[in-house]
Design a protein around this ligand. Structure first.
Ligand SMILES: *Cc1c(COP(=O)(O)O)cnc(C)c1O
Length: 406
């Protein structure tokens, strides 16, 4: 698919990402002559008379009807995200998970199969194995970025290939041209969860992917203050998902849509700092004697460095690293000694967050499952915010130097 030009109404030249993030999808002159969009706190929208209702139904007029189907502010954000991603259409959801559930429920039927790369968000995996299975959909998992294994798993029932890129927490990078080629060769839809990359660092639609999915909770909103999900793709593939969203009620609220729109205004500036913090801190960690290994796609030591160089324009703020000769408690001591990043799940916000995946997401999991998913006891995941790089480095240095092995 040829990428859509990054254009704004009335400007013939293609514009940059910040200009787009600020203005795309918005009216030039808004209600009340306000520079910001209004938040319509409405569950329902009224009609002036009976004929107006009939006209709306018969002519398919574009207007609001009931809050579960759409609201004006949410549509502004959908237009903006579609343009930022270079896709035809966008659907906003109450959360990233609501977006995943929505697209899979819409496009998979009983008897169908979906293939996942195995490094994936644990709730996506849980939805497929526990819930889609109840409706007769089979999920096959193959090793992340093993395209031959993925091709071997494809059969006439296969409907969709799904992966994150980068994956979480190992930051493996999908070779998008190879992934897309598998889909088109076997006539199977492709979906990339590009939450960790964002359209600033990765362009899946331009590579030919059918669906791009985001937990907009993360970098797109960027302020650790809301949950949202987004699905971008061709209108004909999104229309049935929009219909199911209207039934499931998984649309976002007008207030959240506004906060997301506001967060997006600084999208490019934030991503520049997230990328700078990511590479700067990854380099610092790699050189520190207490660090055994750093997973960061911008480091030449990373297994997917070459793919990342070829497919991405920056590597984001998420860094995963292992502590040398440390059990889970010694690793936790380091997490506890860090002063600026707060301990918590999530990523992509302006405030840095740190966590030990073994404790935060897999504490109750069986040790053999943790091993299978590559979650080691000495693993730390740092989601760099937009604090100054030197401050974060100094903080990590004191945490690594002040704690002891045990
Ligand atoms: C957080 C996350 C999700 C889930 O999104 P929510 O907004 O929390 O529902 C899905 N995929 C990835 C890669 C994520 O990081």
């Amino acid at each position: 698919m040829t990428p859509l030009p990054r254009q704004l109404d009335g400007i013939s030249k293609s514009v940059g990402m910040s200009t787009l993030a600020l203005h795309a999808g918005e009216l030039h002159q808004k209600p009340g002559d306000s520079i910001t969009d209004p938040i319509f706190c409405a569950s329902t929208y009224t009609f002036s008379n009976t004929q107006a209702v009939i006209d709306y139904i018969q002519q398919g007029q574009e207007r609001e009807e009931y809050g579960r189907y759409g609201n004006p502010g949410e549509r502004v954000v959908e237009r903006k995200l579609a343009q930022l991603e270079g896709g035809e259409d966008c659907l906003l959801f109450a959360s990233g998970m609501a977006a995943i559930v929505g697209v899979l429920m819409t496009h998979l039927n009983s008897g169908d199969e979906v293939i996942f790369f195995d490094e994936c968000y644990h709730r996506s995996r849980e939805f497929c194995s526990k819930h889609l299975a109840r409706f007769g959909v089979t999920t096959r998992q193959v090793k992340a970025c093993d395209y031959d294994a993925m091709e071997r798993a494809i059969n006439p029932r296969t409907k969709m290939l799904v992966s994150e890129s980068p994956t979480n927490p190992h930051l493996s990078i999908v070779d998008l041209p190879r992934f897309v080629e598998l889909g088109s060769k076997h006539h199977v839809m492709t979906l990339i969860d590009a939450t960790l990359a964002t359209p600033f660092n990765l362009r899946p639609i331009e590579a030919g992917v059918d669906f791009v999915l985001h937990s907009a909770t993360k970098y797109l909103a960027g302020h650790n203050d809301l949950l949202a999900g987004a699905l971008i793709g061709k209108k004909e593939l999104l229309d049935p998902v929009r219909n199911l969203r209207g039934i499931m009620g998984s649309i976002n609220s007008p207030h959240n849509a506004y906060l997301l729109q506001r967060g997006l205004k600084t999208f490019e500036l934030r991503m520049q700092r997230h990328n700078a913090n990511g590479i700067g801190i990854a380099q610092f960690l790699e050189a520190h004697p207490r660090v055994e290994k750093v997973y960061y796609p911008g480091l030449p030591s990373h297994s997917y460095f070459e793919v990342a160089q070829r497919t991405m324009s920056g590597y984001g703020g998420l860094i995963t690293f292992l502590i040398k000769d440390a059990d889970w408690r010694a690793t936790a001591d380091i997490v506890d000694a860090v002063k600026i990043p707060r301990i918590g799940p999530s990523l992509g916000g302006v405030e840095s967050l740190i966590e030990q995946p073994m404790v935060m997401s897999y504490f109750e999991a069986a040790p053999e499952d943790r091993l299978k998913w590559g979650i080691s006891d000495n693993m730390i995941r740092l989601a760099c915010g937009i604090e100054n790089t030197d401050d974060l480095i100094e903080d990590l240095r004191q945490a690594l130097d002040s704690t002891v092995r045990r």
